[in-house]
Design a protein around this ligand. Structure first.
Ligand code: F6R
Length: 685
């Protein structure tokens, strides 16, 4: 064989390898445009707060910054806006901002107000254009975006009144098209938007550009998607009262901005964020259009990032540190994706699915499988308060003291039974001293006619038993008169709110009786932050923290159960959790706290990830049924509750489906098959 041919043949494996590398690169260039358009720039794939990790491979087609929480993230965004305002000031130019409403930008606005107050940032050169407004909508209505922007930003900074623009929800319908054209022209007259701030809907909408919106759409009247209306119904009280239309800037109008920053907080946004950042550009997820923008940035918290490949399966992106949590995460993920119980996973399964590093560390699949299987096995217990006289080395809770004092914090009056009803019942049945702290009155979630029914009942009751109470009759008459003419934008009177709170209090007491704990162990904290009469709550105050601290000191619990909800970082559950965290932090030096363990349960919508669960309490079919009856005690929350949100299922259905799903996961992983399970994570303070 001629020498050159011999060399060629000898080099065949290398040539084929080279071919493979070039081919894979080409495929990636075609399927993942980010490798062409957005080479991994500084911070593109970094988790900004905490440990920055430079990913080796990216699936992300939009630069995305992940922060530990919304506060940190908002600070960074507000800083960028403040710098831009100052830069424009220096150049003697207006700074043209596109602004959003909704819960996401609130923390950014709060930080801008702080910078204005404490660092003297002036807004005199700022001109703003809001993305959208409901249609029709009066500007002074409770839900109007004009009111929102004034309350959240404009009233607290020195922006001149003529400088802010918000689509007009009062324009006559035959004039809307003209209005929209003029709105665009006005933006143009300032040379376009320097910066556009966005939130993202659960369906991917930006502004109110609902799925189906075209990339070249401009400011227009838009029909709102059902899911958008359902989410907005939280502000309007019911779906029927929620507007069907809105005026919104178009996708093209947004993409024309020189810089676009999109915010997303909470795990409810995680799936849509993954679609927008890693999926293809599609009208089904309008936020994905931002992949085509040369200067867009997503700023999200860890919960909203949780579905991104680098968070969900980080071993596919980069080298990871194989600590215990990561091992559990990878093995449970592998088992569930392959549809194989953990104990049946093979070396090949590990190698073929990007987990060969872990295999190399352990040596063989068998050892990893057994290790993770045992850990999961040890999370399961029918003794959430600890099993007396048992070896507790491998149990989630301590055996001693055999009779514990348990304090369940329930943000609303029904979260205890919805989220941990099976565990609540077991703790009571197993002889522990169980207390429940109802953190808020939950009064805004009671329908008006329900309040009237109860006021009427009191009058009839008095009548029947000869109780002379003209005051009760007056309260009923006033409430009836008020509710008959109550407008959408109107807050309830104090008396009506009080009646509503009492209804929920009665339901909670009824649940306690049903579970079998003394009603004296039900503590109604009525935390002040909640008592605004509106969906919008006050920030956590010293008074709120004190109420929680006082009760912990009074009960001196061995166990605290708290709602560790991440689904809605602005919601009531989060504020209630913050109060507990702060109270525990302040009390932790006390002697009794050394003996206190804190267990976190999740709200009605989501469950802990399987690899995070540290205690799983199984339920038999009978126990599931009993829990359902406990939830039924909350009559005011049945049959189309006020502020239902996007999930049309009743609470007992959500709870059962979620608890069955958890049991299903354990089953699929190859552990025992139960009817349902409640799950907890321990917070070690
Ligand atoms: C608001 C807007 C909407 C919201 C989106 C997310 O002006 O245009 O696109 O940004 O619905 O709302 P939140 O932030 O409440 O989750």
């Amino acid at each position: 064989m001629p020498e050159f041919l011999e060399k060629f043949c000898g080099a065949l494996p290398e040539i084929s390898q080279l071919y493979h590398i070039i081919f894979s690169a080409l495929v990636r260039m075609i399927t993942e445009p980010s490798h062409l358009d957005n080479p991994i720039s500084e911070g593109l794939n970094n988790r900004v707060a905490g440990e920055p990790v430079q990913a080796a491979i990216t699936y992300e087609k939009i630069p995305t910054h992940i922060y530990a929480d919304a506060k940190d993230a908002s600070r960074a965004v507000a800083r960028e806006i403040a710098d831009l305002i100052r830069e424009k000031q220096g150049a003697g130019k207006p700074c043209v901002l596109g602004l959003a409403t909704g819960s996401s930008p609130k923390t950014v606005y709060a930080e801008l107000i702080r910078i204005h107050r404490e660092e003297g940032l002036s807004f005199r050169n700022v001109v703003t254009f809001n993305l959208d407004e409901y249609y029709p909508m009066e500007p002074d209505s409770l839900q109007s975006y004009v009111r929102f922007m004034k309350e959240q930003l404009f009233d607290h900074v020195d922006i001149p009144e003529g400088n802010y623009n918000i689509p007009d929800g009062t324009v006559r319908v035959d004039k809307v098209a003209d209005f929209c054209r003029a709105y665009e022209a006005r933006i143009e007259s300032y040379g376009g938007l320097d910066f556009q701030l966005l939130g993202i809907g659960g369906n991917g909408h930006i502004g109110f550009n609902e799925p189906g919106s075209l990339i070249n759409s401009h400011t227009r009247l838009m029909m709102l998607d059902h899911s958008t209306r359902a989410a907005a119904s939280m502000d309007f009280g019911s779906l029927a009262r929620t507007p069907r239309k809105a005026i919104t800037m178009g996708v093209a109008s947004i993409l024309a901005a020189k810089r676009v920053v999109l915010l997303a907080w909470g795990e409810r946004k995680a799936p849509v964020i993954r679609g927008a950042v890693e999926g293809t550009v599609t009208e089904h997820n309008p936020a994905s259009y931002l992949q085509t923008h040369p200067n867009a940035l997503f700023v999200i918290d860890e919960a909203a990032a949780s579905e991104l490949t680098r968070m969900k399966t980080p071993w596919l992106v980069d080298q990871v540190v194989w600590d215990n949590k990561m091992i559990k995460k990878a093995v449970t993920h592998l088992s569930l994706t392959l549809g194989k119980p953990i104990l049946k996973l093979t070396d090949r399964d590990y190698n073929d699915n990007g987990v060969s590093d872990l295999l190399a560390q352990y040596g063989q699949a068998y050892d990893i499988n057994i290790d993770v299987f045992n850990q999961l096995q040890h999370t399961i217990t029918g003794w959430p308060g600890g099993k007396p006289n048992a070896d507790d080395t491998n149990r989630p809770e301590r055996a001693l003291p055999a009779q514990k004092r348990c304090l369940i914090f329930s943000p609303h009056p029904d979260d205890d039974i919805i989220s941990m009803g099976g565990t609540f019942q077991r703790l009571a049945d197993q002889g522990h001293e169980v207390h429940v702290a109802y953190q808020t009155s939950g009064n805004i979630a009671v329908a008006d006619d329900e309040a009237l029914r109860f006021a009427d009942y009191v009058v009839d009751f008095n009548d029947k038993f000869g109780i002379d109470s003209p005051e009760a009759t007056r309260i009923f008459r006033d409430a009836a008169a008020f509710l008959r003419t109550k407008k959408d934008s109107e807050m309830d009177t104090d008396e009506v709110r009080y009646i509503k709170g009492l209804i929920r209090k009665g339901e909670a007491k009824s649940t306690c009786r049903f579970v079998g704990i003394p009603v004296d162990n039900a503590h109604f904290l009525n935390m002040p932050f909640y008592e605004t009469g509106k969906v919008e709550k006050k920030p956590l105050s010293e008074e709120d923290i004190k109420v929680v601290m006082n009760l912990i000191e009074e009960v001196k619990p061995h166990q605290i159960y708290a709602a560790g909800d991440l689904a809605d970082p602005h919601g009531t559950h989060k504020v209630c959790l913050d109060a507990i965290i702060e109270a525990v932090r302040r009390l932790k030096h006390k002697n009794f706290m050394k003996d206190c363990w804190v267990w976190l349960y999740r709200g009605a919508w989501a469950e802990w990830d399987i690899h995070e669960i540290e205690m799983a309490v199984p339920m038999s079919p009978d126990q599931v049924m009993r829990k359902r009856l406990g939830i039924f005690k909350h009559q005011s929350q049945k049959d189309g509750v006020v502020y239902q949100g996007t999930d049309s299922r009743e609470f007992w259905q959500r709870a059962e489906e979620r608890n069955r799903a958890t049991a299903g996961l354990y089953d699929r992983l190859g552990l025992a098959e139960y009817e349902a399970m409640e799950a907890f994570v321990r917070w070690k303070f």
